[in-house]
Each structure stands twice: as C-alpha cells, then as structure tokens.
Design a binder for this molecule. Structure first.
Ligand code: HEC
Length: 166
C-alpha cells in the first residue's frame, strides 16, 4: 500500500522533472513515517479531510513535546531534508521552513495548504490524498510533528542569528 503510493509519487516527481539541492544530501524521495506513537489528532474539520489548521502539538507538556520533536526530526530527515536541507536549514534554493512563524496563524494555514496541495514549482502534495487512494502519503500527526521540530529549530536559529525573528 505505502509502497505503491511512494512509487506513484516517485513517478510523478520524475515526470515533473523535479530538481533541487538534494544531491549532496542523499535521497529526495520521501520515505514515509509511522506516527502511531504520536498523540492522535481527532478534532479536525471533516469537510477538509480531517485537517486542523493550527499546530495541535505546540502546547503539549514538555515530555510529550520532546517525543514529538524527536519523531518529527526523523520524519523530517526522511521526507523533507532532501529538498529543504539537513536540520531544517535550507541550502538557499528551496524555502527555509524555519522562516514559518509559529505566532502567525496564517503560517500554519500556509503549511497545511502546501502539504495538502503541493505546488507547481516542485513541492509534492505529501499530505494530500492521491487520486484513487484513501490515505495521504504522510498523515497529519507526522506533518504536525515535523512542524513542531521545525519550530524548535527556529528558536535555535534565531538565537544563533541565522534567521531573523519577525
Ligand atoms: C521534492 C522536493 C521537496 C520535498 C521532498 C519537500 N518539499 Fe516542501 N517545497 C519544495 C519546493 C520546491 C517548495 C517551493 C514551492 C513554491 O514556491 O511554489 C516547497 C515549499 C514548501 C512549503 C512552503 C514554504 C514557504 O515558505 O512558502 C512548505 C511549508 C513545505 N514545502 C513543507 C515541506 C515539508 C514539511 C516536507 C516534508 C514532509 C517537504 N516540504 C518536502 C520542495 C520539496
């Protein structure tokens, strides 16, 4: 099941001629993730494929959040780093996800938008449901865990002056 979806995605990426700054970082092809240990997200909007539009993991207690960030880190490495850069630091070609501002509701909505629908300029719709399938390649628990990890990286990046807080 997962295999079929990933190979479909692979075919789509090849057809689209996707190129990015990934060659030095290894595989661009998303590997999937098993989010079963993540807190389930059940209060989404049914008319929007069950999505919530604000990071539901942001306010978790520290211990749970640490687990979420750990999982998000590996899910990011396996599914996003090839294009967006190792440790969420972009090489400059594709957007640096640490620029997304967790204080802005719009940035969470933008995250959801890009993950569900992708972009003609090479962002695959990893959280969207491919035609003829019933499940997305990466579920919402995985994607919000990735977002939570990226937000943790943002804090470090601001401290180190790598990006500006806005
Ligand atoms: C095959 C390469 C590729 C992969 C894999 C990929 N992305 Fe992207 N992503 C892009 C490109 C290219 C853009 C810019 C698209 C545009 O500007 O139209 C983008 C844009 C985005 C944006 C919008 C950022 C902004 O500032 O506008 C988000 C959010 C995003 N990606 C999240 C992710 C996450 C999370 C993952 C992993 C689950 C991921 N992407 C995997 C190529 C990729």
């Amino acid at each position: 099941m997962m295999k079929t979806k990933l190979s479909l995605l692979f075919a789509a990426l090849v057809v689209a001629g996707v190129s990015c700054n990934a060659s030095a970082h290894g595989n661009v092809i998303p590997q999937g993730a098993d989010s079963s240990a993540m807190p389930p997200i059940t209060d989404g909007d049914e008319a929007e494929d069950g999505w919530v539009f604000e990071n539901p993991y942001r306010g978790l207690d520290d211990d749970t959040k640490t687990e979420v960030i750990k999982f998000g880190e590996s899910a990011y490495a396996n599914n996003c780093a090839g294009c967006h850069g190792l440790h969420a630091q972009s090489g400059g070609i594709n957007p640096d996800l640490r620029e997304l501002n967790p204080d802005s509701f719009e940035d969470d909505e933008w995250f959801v938008e890009r993950l569900r629908f992708g972009s003609a300029k090479g962002m695959p719709a990893l959280g969207g449901i491919p035609e003829g399938q019933s499940e997305p390649i990466l579920d919402q628990e995985t994607l919000w865990a990735i977002k939570t990890y990226v937000e943790a990286r943002r804090i470090v990046a601001i401290e180190e002056g790598e990006i500006e807080a806005d």
